[in-house]
Design a protein around this ligand. Structure first.
Ligand SMILES: C[S@@+](CC[C@H](N)C(=O)[O-])C[C@H]1O[C@@H](n2cnc3c(N)ncnc32)[C@H](O)[C@@H]1O
Length: 340
């Protein structure tokens, strides 16, 4: 019988691929509605110029284009976006092979409407009813925390077991897992590294929701939860590693810069920051499932999936050196930096 913290035999990539295929068609139908493909055919253009030409939000457009490029419907060369042979033949209204009548012939789906609203901000309060609204206010009720812990745990547990066995926690005596959710990364790290103690730093309700997971992981003597609002309260100091999984992807560059500065101040000298994220490639045009994960972040949070270069551009100004990334498991990587 497999125990909870044994690595599953099969990789979880097919599940990620199927789950995130939900954005493929809305990415196409919205691009058709906003006239993106004719604008690309007139290109190539940088993101800001393209966004101005079709009057949409540039940040949202860059995430949307990343997914379209991963789907083979756009290209990016030297920073400029262009069309492809497929988009030119089938997605431009004056082509004899235009698919418009099929693509936008029916009632738009909820995801279509959400993406349109993200591209044209001000048309709705897009954080309404979403966890990010509670995270921004620091207010999370226990029932919501239990629900979030359960779904985060489902997608994070295999990645947590892999990270724990990757060697990234070697030599770490005192780990703080910031925004830990169910705590599965801290629990797996403690189980795989007997000399490691971990603190889960979370909103109060999530500390409560994490308790059964800590007990089930049989590490309650070395993993404790500490209620800290990472935006409003002082961070516990002196840990030799600060770990963030799927945290930076919830926030924009400015807020990530704030988190980087707080992490740097709280770490012990020589300590390390470790970010566990699905990384976009250097041109932010794939991999496909990560580009669609970025779309999920666009629609539900303030963030996106970052590339290593984008994370380095946040970490180095905050004082981190030796910034680098290693692949962990599936679509995930571990990005590390050291406090000088
Ligand atoms: C996307 S989940 C990541 C959970 C976990 N690290 C994982 O990868 O499975 C984001 C987490 O950040 C926590 N969070 C959000 N705002 C926070 C705040 N102001 N202070 C502390 N934690 C916060 C949430 O409660 C949530 O558990």
């Amino acid at each position: 019988m497999t125990s909870t913290y044994d690595m599953p035999v099969a990789g979880d990539e097919p599940i990620w691929d199927i789950f995130l295929s939900q954005h493929f068609f809305p990415a196409l139908s919205v691009a058709d509605e906003i006239g993106l493909f004719p604008a690309l055919a007139d290109g190539p253009l940088e993101t800001d110029a393209l966004a101005a030409a079709i009057e949409v939000d540039a940040r949202a457009l860059s995430i949307h284009l990343g997914l379209l490029a991963a789907l083979g419907l756009a290209t990016r060369r030297e920073g400029k976006w262009g069309d492809t042979a497929v988009s030119r033949a089938y997605l431009v209204p004056d082509s004899p092979f235009y698919w418009g009548a099929l693509i936008n012939g029916g009632e738009p789906s909820q995801l279509h409407r959400n993406l349109l609203a993200a591209l044209r901000p001000g048309t709705r309060d897009w954080t309404e009813g979403r966890p990010v609204g509670n995270w921004e206010s620091g207010q999370l009720e226990i029932e919501q925390a239990r629900h979030i812990a359960a779904f985060m745990h489902a997608h994070s547990l295999p990645a947590a077991i892999a990270a724990a066995r990757s060697g990234v926690f070697e030599g770490v005596k005192s780990l703080m897992d910031v925004g830990a959710g169910s705590g599965c990364f801290a629990i797996a790290a403690a189980r795989a590294n007997p000399g490691l103690r971990a603190t889960i730093m979370e909103l109060p309700a999530m500390c409560e929701a994490a308790r059964p997971y800590i007990e089930e992981g049989e590490v309650a003597d070395r993993v404790t939860a500490q209620a800290v609002d990472m935006f409003r309260e002082p961070w516990p100091e002196g840990h030799d590693a600060l770990f963030f999984s799927n945290i930076w992807h919830d926030w924009n560059e400015e807020t990530c810069g704030e988190l980087a500065a707080k992490a740097h101040a709280a770490l012990a000298p020589g300590g390390r920051i470790i970010l566990h994220e699905q990384l976009m490639n250097d041109t932010s045009t794939g991999p496909l499932t990560t580009a669609s994960f970025s779309m999920l972040m666009l629609l539900g949070t303030r963030g996106k999936q970052y590339s290593l270069a984008e994370l380095r551009a946040i970490l180095e100004p905050a004082g981190f050196s030796e910034v680098g990334a290693v692949h962990s498991r599936g679509y995930y990587s571990l990005v590390t930096g050291r406090k000088a």
